[in-house]
Design a protein around this ligand. Structure first.
Ligand SMILES: C[S@@+](CC[C@H](N)C(=O)[O-])C[C@H]1O[C@@H](n2cnc3c(N)ncnc32)[C@H](O)[C@@H]1O
Ligand code: SF4
Ligand code: SF4
Length: 456
């Protein structure tokens, strides 16, 4: 008899009245209702016959006969089958509805809005960011870290945090720094994160990537390795990292990852130093199917000092021209997965959350400090003083969690609003502590993006 299992790229969390299903390979996600969640909870990573799965479900619905459950289960599977969530073993299933139909979406579209609304009422850290170290082997001119003193999060504490996050139903885990590959136990941390069934993204400059990393990363089946590359012009890249030879090492890391078919993304923030050549990164990598993100929002350092932005930020006129280039490059992009332009955001109602910080996202630093998101250095606790769960449920997080669009009147009336991420973290870092007031520079970035996108 045909057996079914969850595909290795499928991740699932059950929140009781809804469930969340995600395929890290095609980035499709689905929100399931309560019954769908129960069905899905009974499909594991181990091949199990439809009859066995039905029996397990039947144990929870004894009043319904097993044949009805089996038919409903087959219908349920058929509605999701097109998203590659499952592996089928043995005799193929005969689906009634061949095409299948369901409410799945690629990540970044409606699902994220529905989830945010849901987590506004039932906060859950579906996304977590762990800074495993402050150490770094580069000295990037734009970097928001005030210093790179060597201070690794102890491995035992990192593993404990992962246990806690898993218990809190986190699914998307990002490991970063500083430079994460400088953590002496980064591979054990990754291995443990995968044992706990997180979908893991590793952020790195790639400089230290070696054979052992590559071997383990391939085995780990990560969601993605995100590398920072600032230009295809070696001297421009190295002038940003301020380490000669870093370009060659990052390019070599990218090539080796591509060769091994390990999924990668490229982050290419746009600043004065790479203004003339940042687009070369997209021109080179988008045709190879690699997602490239060009972010023009260079933020101050997390201690609120601003020497990095003074050196790096684009002028208003440069923002317009860069936004045009970013918009135009989307024309050579083959699929939605590879488009790096801003998409219009959902229209927001006054009681909608502004962002996911403290609602569906949290961040833990190398010193154990806990924040609502990685760049929002508004401290809500420390893992050496309280459990993550206690921090998540404490009153410290409330001012951030309770922010709604009604707190941002200017944004509600703004004609560029649909292109804006409205980021309280950016407002906070820009203003030196005020997360409630939109800040001019970010409004200019939004306007430049919106104008470029609205052009025919
Ligand atoms: C802080 S780094 C950590 C990971 C790794 N060291 C790297 O450089 O990729 C994460 C990303 O933030 C970007 N970044 C650093 N400082 C920034 C700033 N002031 N504004 C915007 N992005 C910044 C980097 O270029 C990189 O893509
Ligand atoms: S951006 Fe990344 S690589 Fe560059 S200095 Fe900062 S942490 Fe290091
Ligand atoms: S551009 Fe400025 S005012 Fe408009 S929505 Fe964004 S942050 Fe608010």
């Amino acid at each position: 008899m045909m057996k079914i299992s969850l595909n290795k790229n499928t991740f699932y969390r059950n929140f009781g009245d809804i469930g969340y299903l995600f395929n890290q390979s095609n980035l499709v996600e689905t929100i399931l209702d309560e019954i769908g969640s129960i069905f899905l909870s009974n499909i594991s990573r181990y091949p199990t016959s439809i009859r066995e799965v039905s029996k397990k479900i039947h144990a929870q619905f004894q009043e319904t006969d097993i044949l009805t459950i089996e038919n409903d289960l087959i219908e349920f599977i058929s509605s999701l089958e097109q998203n590659s969530y499952f592996d089928f073993h043995g005799e193929p299933l005969k689906f009634k509805n061949e095409a299948g139909s369901d409410d799945s979406h690629t990540a970044t579209s409606e699902t994220s809005y529905i989830l945010k609304k849901y987590f506004q009422k039932k906060p859950t850290p579906l996304f977590a960011h762990l800074e495993v170290t402050s150490a770094c082997n580069l000295k990037c001119v734009h970097c928001y870290w005030p210093n790179h003193n060597v201070n690794h999060l102890p491995t035992n504490d990192a593993l404990r945090v992962l246990d806690e996050l898993r218990a809190m139903k986190c699914l998307h885990l990002t490991l970063s720094g500083g430079e994460a590959l400088l953590h002496p136990d980064i591979l054990s941390i990754i291995r443990y994160a995968r044992e706990l069934d997180f979908s893991v993204t590793l952020m790195t400059n790639g400089v230290k990537l070696d054979y052992q990393h590559l071997k383990e990363l391939k085995k780990a089946n990560l969601s993605a390795v995100q590398l920072s590359l600032y230009s295809m012009n070696e001297s421009v890249h190295d002038s940003i990292t301020r380490v000669p030879g870093s370009y060659a090492k990052t390019i070599s890391a990218i090539n080796q990852l591509l060769e091994l078919d390990i999924p990668i993304k490229i982050a290419c923030p746009v600043m004065k130093q790479n203004y003339d050549s940042f687009i070369s990164v997209s021109e080179h990598y988008i045709p190879l199917g690699v997602f490239v993100d060009h972010d023009m929002e260079i933020i101050p350092k997390t201690d609120f000092s601003r020497d990095n932005i003074d050196e790096c930020r684009l002028s208003e006129n440069e923002l317009y021209i860069a936004a045009e280039k970013i918009h135009n490059i989307s024309a050579i992009s083959k699929s939605e997965k590879n488009i790096n332009i801003e998409k219009p955001k959902n229209t927001r109602a006054p009681d909608d959350p502004v962002c996911g910080a403290g609602i569906q996202m949290l961040s833990i630093s190398n010193t154990g400090d806990v924040y609502p998101c990685p760049t929002f250095k508004y401290k809500i606790g420390n893992i050496y003083k309280s459990s993550l769960s206690d921090i998540w449920h404490s009153k410290e997080i409330f001012p951030i969690r309770s922010l709604t669009m009604s707190d941002y009147r200017k944004c509600q009336a703004c004609k560029w609003g649909e292109y804006c991420s409205i980021c309280p973290a950016n407002f906070y870092i820009e203003s030196g502590g005020n997360y409630r007031t939109p800040q001019d520079f970010f409004c200019k970035v939004t306007e430049a993006t919106a104008r470029a996108n609205r052009k025919p």
